[in-house]
Design a protein. Structure first.
Length: 447
């Protein structure tokens, strides 16, 4: 998923002046505010032998009675974790004076979102008999988990899926944001594991694969290196790890990058034997961000003057990032979403990465690749799309998948006028992959 739709802003919460009361057991409910809509959470909390316990349910994601970990209710705060869920989700919030409400921050994979919870009643009896914790990763799909050293030795977690007779083994690189090995992202308000689905599809074509969590996942280190060098270094490390796998013995390596991951893959692809660049930005990232916002303003039928002021602010913000300057504080007439996007791009921890990526020429890098290469887009993708003009001397394959969205899942609606939130509604697990016959044909011809 492109960075323009994945950036988060942390909400600074006020310190409560009132004394907090003891927490009340029972059913608690709240909702995470995501770009595609609200994600409802249901918690059940109780004590056993003086120790707090609990479970969480997320109906929209099919999660039911998942056991909470490290539940704490001391010092006027409510804390808990969600063990076994990608990105190591956790909550830390201040209790209200009646002990029946809590406001704080929900963290997952380096992303932070405001969350308010309130007690709504007693818990049903079934809540104390939680089902087995569900997980989208690991052995339930015949996979095996792999841990390998990334750039500068940072441990990275991944999953290996065996293949068949195809001469290639795939190394898969996710797009932007706090995205895990399955390409699941907390900003998508539904179960969405496009990377896992694509790995299954590749397996059906005879290719095994290695996919891995981005270095954001599971880290709470504010000084974590997320530079361009670090993220490209992780790809090189994944390629090195793949060459040592028994599942890849005697096979060549196919580097499969998605969206922003395809840009990063361009910088490491010379160490692979072939490259498949899915949803590759056809413009520089800076131009693409502006084009995305322009398209969303058009979909929202924004007046011409509002469109002009929003785009002018965004372009000025991108130029400030390039020059290491502060953003313009005058945001009059600018949509809050555009302001938040600019602030997210300019966050200190990621500003260097954004600056280095803004003007990277994808076609220039693709033309220099010394290996077989294919670039593919879905023709209904509102985030990245096939440019009207392609470089005449590009020697790789150019593939456009009919009826496919950004995750190469089926999309039946026309791309024109489709808003980001509307497009995201088909990113979930309930939407099947589009017809990928054209990709299969390219893979079949890969020697």
């Amino acid at each position: 998923m492109n960075r323009a739709t994945c950036l988060l802003m942390t909400l600074s919460l006020p310190v409560l002046a009132q004394a907090q009361g003891p927490i009340q057991p029972g059913r608690w409910e709240g909702a995470l505010q995501l770009p595609g809509g609200n994600l409802s959470l249901i918690l059940d909390l109780w004590t056993t032998g003086g120790t707090w316990q609990g479970v969480i349910s997320v109906p929209a994601q099919g999660l039911k009675l998942h056991p909470l970990g490290k539940v704490g209710a001391e010092g006027g705060r409510l804390r808990f974790t969600l063990p076994g869920i990608p990105g190591e989700p956790s909550f830390d919030g201040a209790l209200g004076p009646d002990g029946a409400a809590a406001s704080g921050t929900f963290s997952q994979g380096g992303a932070q979102l405001p969350l308010s919870l309130r007690r709504t009643g007693d818990s049903p009896a079934e809540a104390r008999k939680p089902a087995e914790a569900s997980s989208t990763q690991g052995s339930r799909r015949g996979e095996r988990v792999l841990r390998f050293p990334g750039f500068n030795g940072l441990p990275l977690n991944g999953a290996v899926l065996s293949g068949g007779a195809h001469p290639y083994f795939a190394v898969m690189v996710a797009g932007s944001g706090p995205t895990d090995r399955d390409w699941s992202n907390p900003l998508i308000p539904m179960p969405s594991h496009g990377g896992r689905d694509l790995a299954d599809w590749l397996q059906a074509q005879g290719l095994g694969s290695l996919r891995y969590d981005k270095r954001f996942i599971g880290s709470k280190d504010p000084k974590l290196d997320i530079s361009l060098d670090a993220q490209v270094g992780d790809i090189r490390a994944a390629l090195k790890a793949a060459r040592a796998l028994p599942e890849a013995k005697g096979k060549k390596l196919l580097l499969v990058g998605h969206s922003e991951g395809s840009l990063l893959s361009l910088l490491a692809a010379s160490e692979a034997d072939a490259a498949l660049l899915l949803a590759m930005p056809g413009l520089t990232m800076g131009k693409l961000i502006v084009a995305q916002v322009k398209g969303q303003l058009a979909a929202a039928q924004a007046p011409a003057d509002a469109t002009a002021s929003n785009l002018a602010y965004l372009e000025a913000a991108l130029e400030a990032i390039r020059k290491g300057q502060e953003l313009d504080r005058d945001t009059a007439g600018v949509a809050p979403g555009v302001v938040n996007l600019a602030k997210g791009l300019a966050r200190p921890e990621s500003r260097g990465f954004v600056r280095d990526l803004l003007d990277l020429d994808p076609w220039g890098a693709a033309q220099r690749l010394p290996i077989p290469c294919a670039v593919a887009w879905g023709d209904r993708d509102v985030q990245t799309w096939r440019p009207e003009t392609l470089p005449a001397d590009f020697k790789g394959a150019v593939i456009e998948i009919p009826g496919a969205n950004h995750l190469f899942k089926r999309e039946t609606r026309a791309r024109t006028g489709l808003s980001g939130a509307e497009a995201m509604s088909t990113y979930g697990d309930s939407t099947p992959l589009a017809d990928l016959t054209l990709l299969a044909a390219w893979l079949k011809g890969l020697k």
